[in-house]
Design a protein around this ligand. Structure first.
Ligand SMILES: O=C(O)CCC(=O)C(=O)O
Length: 240
């Protein structure tokens, strides 16, 4: 099983490197350091169900809300919530991280262990994530091309896991007008944006309804893990 997963992963990574190398979103040296990396089937069905149960435990105290675009206040099609010490928010007041749910005023629930384990496995980053954005897509939802740039520590990658229906994911380079490519992200797939791809523009063009049986209600859930603040140096550490 593991061998075939690794073989699939290698093929997918090579294909993606070939697709993206023209605009620098992938590691050019073929190394395993986080650049642009996709791991198809990272979570098998049992682990997907475990993660889904953990996400439902997050949604009870932190119900999904409709985020709004800065300035215009226009509602987004994706619904969102968060877990972790910080949560990413957008409304007419702008993009930001905050410690509490915008509607309940309560602190976000903690990041479930199954997600922390995925971060430790995939991020190659020695500190914990501080925010896990939960994006909930119905069949009509999408997410426009954007960069994740509200974080202070860009040496930490973005790690994301998908559950439920597949989506058409789009990724480009670090400039909005760079060429883009699309590929399918399915239930259990992991994606890492690090290194030269940390600031790559990306988004979700559309959901492919009926492509997964995981969510009885249909649709897709995406969990995006991020480190937000720079870690404090250990006491007595000498900086150069
Ligand atoms: O749903 C996805 O796969 C992408 C989510 C995303 O780009 C984000 O939350 O910034």
């Amino acid at each position: 099983m593991r061998g075939s997963r690794l073989a699939k992963e290698t093929l997918a990574t090579e294909a993606l490197q070939a697709m993206t190398s023209e605009h620098g979103a992938a590691n050019r040296d073929g190394s395993r350091r986080p650049g642009f990396r996709i791991v198809p089937g990272y979570l098998g069905r049992d682990r997907q169900e475990e993660l889904l149960a953990a996400v439902r435990d997050v949604l009870r105290p932190a119900p999904p809300y409709t985020p709004r675009m800065p300035k215009s206040g226009r509602p987004m099609s994706v619904r969102m919530t968060n877990c972790g010490p910080l949560g990413w928010m957008t409304d007419a007041g702008g993009y930001r991280y905050q410690q509490t749910h915008p509607e309940t005023g309560a602190p976000w629930p903690p990041i479930p262990d199954v997600l922390l384990a995925a971060w430790n496995d995939l991020s190659s980053y020695p500190h914990e994530p501080e925010a896990c954005l939960v994006n909930i897509y119905d069949a009509a939802a999408r997410m426009g091309l954007h960069q994740d740039r509200d974080e202070a520590d860009m040496t930490a990658p973005v790690v994301s896991l998908s559950l439920g229906d597949s989506c058409v994911f789009r990724i480009g380079g670090t400039r909005r007008n760079d060429p883009t490519r699309t590929f399918r992200l399915g239930s259990g797939d992991a994606l890492v944006l690090g290194g030269s791809a940390r600031l790559a523009f990306h988004g979700v063009d559309r959901i492919l309804p009926g492509t997964s049986t995981l969510l009885p209600e249909g649709g897709r859930i995406n969990l995006t893990l991020r480190r937000v603040t720079r870690p404090q140096p250990a006491p007595g550490a000498v900086s150069d």
